[in-house]
Design a protein around this ligand. Sequence first.
Ligand code: DAT
Length: 183
Amino acid sequence: MAGGGEGRRKKPNILITGTPGTGKTTMATALADSTQLRHINIGDLVREKNLHDGWDEEFECHVINEDLVCDELEDAMDEGGNIVDYHGCDFFPERWFDRVVVLQVENSVLFDRLTKRGYSQTKITNNIECEIFGVLLEEAKESYPEQIVVALQSNTIEDVARNVETLSEWVRNWSVPLPVPSS
Ligand code: DAT
């Protein structure tokens, strides 16, 4: 379907993106609790439903099959009420999302989180470079209207609480967007 889905949904769809380790899953889980929206962790979905083309030895992750993921999500996204959590954002249809949240953290915090996760040195370096260069924020701004993209810091637990509160408020105030009038 080429557009128009945003006119049908009764609840908003939110994308939470950012470099691995910035706290997407932590925040998406808390936000889903607070709003009763559905949390969709794309990494888990890809593993559970085999929506990938094998394992990438260099990057130590599954090679996600973007078409299969989008097909899998289409109905839920049309319906609305989803919090999608993934470290990439340029392959989802633009019309799916009402808000795109890019989480950011300080480098030293990210280093500690990824080290605790047991990532290899190469993977840690790749991810810290991704964070330093603001790759996900850039990708989000290129893929979605700038007014729906918001960058939020997530260094501390207090940050999570504040961000969840702000976004829950936004969800409460969200109303179905008016259809764009045809000329
Ligand atoms: P992501 O889903 O972006 O890969 P995560 O939610 O799994 O990240 O979080 C990675 C680790 O960091 C995990 O142990 C929980 C912790 N964490 C996440 N956000 C945090 C925050 N704002 N303050 C403190 N710890 C946080």
